[in-house]
Ligand binder design. Structure first.
Ligand code: CTP
Ligand code: CA
Length: 260
């Protein structure tokens, strides 16, 4: 479908999306990074803009050109991403209604980036890189006391506690359905996700199962959307109770974006 064939149900809304993967500098030529392509965040920005929202995409090392109608703010590392997010959230032009943190943010960065290239000296010992923790940007947004967007969405990429043994399976066999909660790996993925939702304080968590080469860098994605349980359900199941609000089967990242 052409984008202008979509309903303009987000007209008048301001949406902030982060995409890609941060790169934490080690020295002028090297970084610590991850496998995020930025395509899921790119699809979220595209779909929100096509549905009429004013969209800013904070893009960490994303190769794609800007989706039509989207303002792109390029960033490199986690601290730049955090500063860019804060400046959008505090923009005098108006409050942000929804933020979607699709970016893969490095949890740790080298304590100091070397100013000159780290050299491999003959007979020298391998260098030891000291890491320090990056700020948790999503938790920071969700716990804001001023200008907290009404809707804060996080992503969780989980492999589960153990890898599926796939006894007797060959490489040609299809992977188990990535939203099937009866699969033991998926049950563990969902338990991690439930804890993450409570810890982060967000309103929706997009749970991606990323074992066996899923999601990262792939054109397609499947996800379970997890939200805090309604008040009546929490009374029975505890303060951290969560509920699955949608299961999105493997398909184009734009389809998952529309569901989010
Ligand atoms: N995130 C963030 N800032 C960080 C790390 C993560 O904002 N420093 C956001 C991501 O953009 C994502 C969500 O938090 O929306 C979950 O990221 P994830 O790496 O799954 O969560 P962590 O709490 O870092 O847990 P883990 O130990 O599984 O990496
Ligand atoms: Ca992490």
């Amino acid at each position: 479908r052409r984008p202008d064939a979509l309903p303009h149900d987000l007209a008048g809304r301001r949406v902030l999306v982060t995409a890609g993967g941060t790169r934490e500098p080690l020295d002028p030529v090297r970084y610590l990074g991850n496998r995020s392509s930025g395509r899921q965040g790119w699809a979220l920005a595209l779909v929100a803009a096509a549905r009429g929202a004013a969209v800013t995409l904070v893009a960490a090392n994303v190769e794609e050109v800007a989706p039509p109608g989207v303002t792109v703010v390029p960033v490199g590392d986690a601290r730049e991403l955090s500063a860019a997010v804060d400046s959008v959230l505090d923009d005098p032009a108006g409050p942000v209604d929804a933020v979607v943190m699709a970016a893969a943010v490095a949890d740790f960065r080298p304590a100091a980036a070397a100013e000159v290239k780290i050299k491999k000296l003959p007979g020298g010992a391998p260098p030891v890189v000291e890491l320090v923790e990056n700020p948790d940007i999503l938790a920071g947004i969700a716990h804001r006391t001023e200008r907290r967007p009404a809707v804060v969405v996080g992503f969780a990429a989980e492999t589960g506690a153990a890898t599926g043994s796939r006894t007797g399976a060959t490489a040609a066999d299809p992977l188990p359905d990535a939203t099937d909660a009866s699969d033991p790996v998926m049950a563990s993925v969902l338990e991690y996700a439930r804890q993450k939702l409570a810890r982060k304080g967000c309103d929706l968590l997009v749970v991606n199962r990323v074992d066996q080469g899923r999601a990262f860098g792939a054109p397609d994605n499947a996800a379970v959307l997890l939200a805090p349980a309604r008040a009546d359900h929490r009374a029975d199941h505890g303060a951290d109770a969560a509920q699955v609000v949608a299961e999105v089967p493997l398909g184009p990242k734009t389809v998952l974006a529309a569901a989010v």
